[in-house]
Write a protein that binds this ligand. Structure first.
Ligand SMILES: [Zn+2]
Length: 94
């Protein structure tokens, strides 16, 4: 990958190195996201991971996705369900 900058796993963006603090660099969390409460960071990270799932899931990824459909956070559940239905077509609403 030839992208410039450093990946933030919370907002899912590539940002300039100066947008990261020393500690944030290692953790892959930019300064802006480091300000967020931990549960907000965790939720965004999970949403990012859901967005970035490959089309062909490994069995571990499939299990992870199924577990996210039971997540206590509604946004995570919703996105997990969309991703699952796109691949496996279970529970189609149309
Ligand atoms: Zn960020």
């Amino acid at each position: 990958m030839k992208r410039q900058g450093h990946y933030c796993k919370v907002c899912g963006e590539y940002k300039a190195h100066e947008k990261f603090s020393g500690k944030g660099h290692a953790a892959h969390i930019c300064k802006a996201c480091a300000q967020l409460p931990p549960e907000e960071q965790a939720e965004r990270m999970t949403l990012n991971r859901l967005c970035n799932l490959p089309w062909q899931l490994s069995s571990a990824q499939k299990i992870w996705l199924q577990n996210r459909m039971k997540d206590k956070r509604p946004e995570v559940r919703e996105l997990a369900r969309e991703q699952y239905e796109a691949r496996f077509g279970i529970g189609k609403r149309f």
